[in-house]
Design a protein around this ligand. Structure first.
Ligand code: HEM
Length: 151
């Protein structure tokens, strides 16, 4: 019973986090580049991150608590779970870095209308979110397909 709740919450959190990154990176970013000048574009991203990042914090909390709880239900967790745990921790560390370093710089630059500095910070966020999206997709593959091969 608790397992069914844990895995459902685990997957809902993963869908919101990885799906949100995919949308931001692959869909919204090119659309914004094609339609908005830097000042509007940078302000849009600050407003967007302000709404998305609280969801990411919540998702990380849920993924970690449910993931670790499920992990410790297994006397000897299979290899794919160890890989998932490792990749999950890396994704979380990358997010913490984005949140506390370039996102802070982006907010400050936008508040002070330093668009060039803001663009540099946004570029770092773009790169790191791109990396985290790829790791996220790999982790999903490891967790689903890997379940059958990485025991
Ligand atoms: C960070 C710590 C994490 C831990 C400790 C963890 C642990 C677990 C455990 C124990 C299961 C249950 C597997 C089973 O019963 O077969 C699970 C399922 C799953 N996890 Fe994680 N996980 C973590 C992070 C992640 C991340 C970051 C992703 C994806 C980006 C992810 C994707 C999945 C998926 C897709 C499943 C469903 C697998 C299936 O049943 O087919 N997990 N996780």
């Amino acid at each position: 019973m608790i397992m069914s709740i844990a895995i459902t919450l685990h997957l809902l959190a993963i869908v919101i986090w990885v799906g949100g990154m995919f949308f931001a990176h692959q869909v919204m970013r090119p659309a914004a580049v094609n339609t908005l000048e830097p000042p509007q574009r940078l302000q849009l991203w600050v407003a967007g991150f302000k709404r998305f990042f609280p969801w990411v914090w919540l998702c990380i909390g849920i993924v970690l608590v449910t993931g670790l709880w499920m992990f410790f239900q297994f006397p000897k967790p299979p290899l794919f779970m160890h890989i998932m745990l490792g990749l999950g921790i890396i994704m979380m560390l990358i997010f913490f870095h984005v949140f506390f370093a370039p996102y802070n710089r982006l907010k400050k630059a936008v508040a002070e209308e330093r668009w060039k500095d803001g663009g540099a910070a946004l570029n770092q966020i773009r790169m790191l979110v791109g990396i985290n999206t790829i790791i996220g997709v790999i982790t999903i593959i490891v967790a689903t397909a890997g379940k059958y091969f990485l025991n």
